[in-house]
Design a protein around this ligand. Sequence first.
Ligand code: NAD
Length: 498
Amino acid sequence: MRAIRNFVNGKSASASSGRAGRVYNPNTGAEQAEVAFSTARDVDAAVQAAAAAFPAWAATNPQRRARVLFAFKQLVEANMDELAHLLSSEHGKVIADSKGDIQRGLEVIEFACGIPHALKGEYTEGAGPGIDVYSMRQPLGVCAGITPFNFPAMIPMWMFGVAIACGNTFVLKPSEKDPSVPVRLAELMLEAGAPVGVLNVVHGDKEAVDAIIAHPEIRAISFVGSSDIAHYIYNHGTANHKRVQAMGGAKNHGVVLPDADMDQVVKDLVGAAYGSAGERCMALPVVVPVGKNTADELRERLIPEIERMKVGISTDEGAQYGPVVSAAHKAKIEDYIALGVKEGAELVRDGRGFKLQGYEDGFFVGPTLFDKVTTEMRTYQEEIFGPVLQIVRAETFEEALALPSQHQYGNGVAIFTRNGRAAREFASRVNVGMVGINVPIPVPVAYHTFGGWKRSAFGDTNQHGMEGVKFFTKVKTITQRWPEGLTDDSSFVIPTMR
Ligand code: NAD
């Protein structure tokens, strides 16, 4: 059995808990590797390596740091096929989608290559008589990232790309379900010229995460995962005086106004709801058609699209989506489908019991469609994170606007319409962090910033873009003067610039 190991101080390293996670191939259901879990001692070894690397890395000028990221980008591109196959073999998403996962991460690396510009401070000449004021952004020290299974390339790159560009060193604790790609990324960073200890990877579960939260040398934690864990990490990390950004779960709505281009809406919806088997925090698992005619037409058009959909193994180029990540997750999704029926929603297409010929033990769930879902149902309130689309019918624009606005999650939302004024009003009033107008998955580009509202994010600072730079740096403001000889008497009042 292949063993997946930590990567510390530029070398493969063991983990000492004696416990290990199983890594499956979701296409076949077979166990393919074991990942040893880390203890506080293993985490400490990674933190010590990162702390030792920090002074020299922080003192390396930003242009040289950027050059390492340029080289890293080229190496990832040169290894794209290998990385995408590795990613798909542990996650289950189709190869084209794995390449998208890696590519979206690389776009953050491209943003981070511009770090000399992003780190420039502000300067005021003559803020007072002979007084200048300037500010600079300095790195924090050792930073940590804890990442989910669903984007094992993109989300680690969101974090370490910006953190390392800013002059920090990094300890990454990736998901134990698909841990191989993060290790390959760390190896490629070393090959690209990052000094040993700048990027370290420790595997594990709650024990390793708790060691990160408790470690006094770690200055900041960036987390992405489910909301309860995000909340836990935010509370405990900040209690330990760390800077924390913790992104959580989602339940994104797509509002369809009666004037929308229905051909386009149907194409967009099936991709956004079922792509990656619905395992995206920016998936669209809820559609809100406004008016009975819109709802009936949408439902009738969705059915043949769903029937045509091809679910297959991740290397099948004709497949639209592959298996979900684990047997436990498949069972959870199927339980939610059963609950939806029990709660009284109308099950239009049922993906339970889906078997792919030759891959009967794979973790597949067929595309599922519910109609007449209502707000008091648990299946509406909670995140399912599978290939399940729910139709929630609304009578009016106001009712449709209220649904995502009042939901506990507020990650993304989309509106489909030809009416610019309605779209503008929706974007302005909706209580959600990222909005798409005729864009089903509004993941912002790397130089903007990613983050939801309400229970989709804890903390104030988003991922990547200038928000990421702010998260991974602290501001120092300097007030200077260079007087010739004695100019003032002692003053016992607060200095002002009158
Ligand atoms: P998860 O919360 O189970 O795991 C995330 C990380 O937390 C992993 O590294 C895991 O090892 C660790 N972890 C798990 N249980 C823990 C515990 N009890 N204590 C401490 N650490 C623990 O999430 P997941 O299943 O890997 O990923 C899917 C979730 O992530 C979904 O809820 C999805 O919406 C969310 N997500 C959110 C975003 C976003 O930006 N808002 C992006 C991607 C995924």
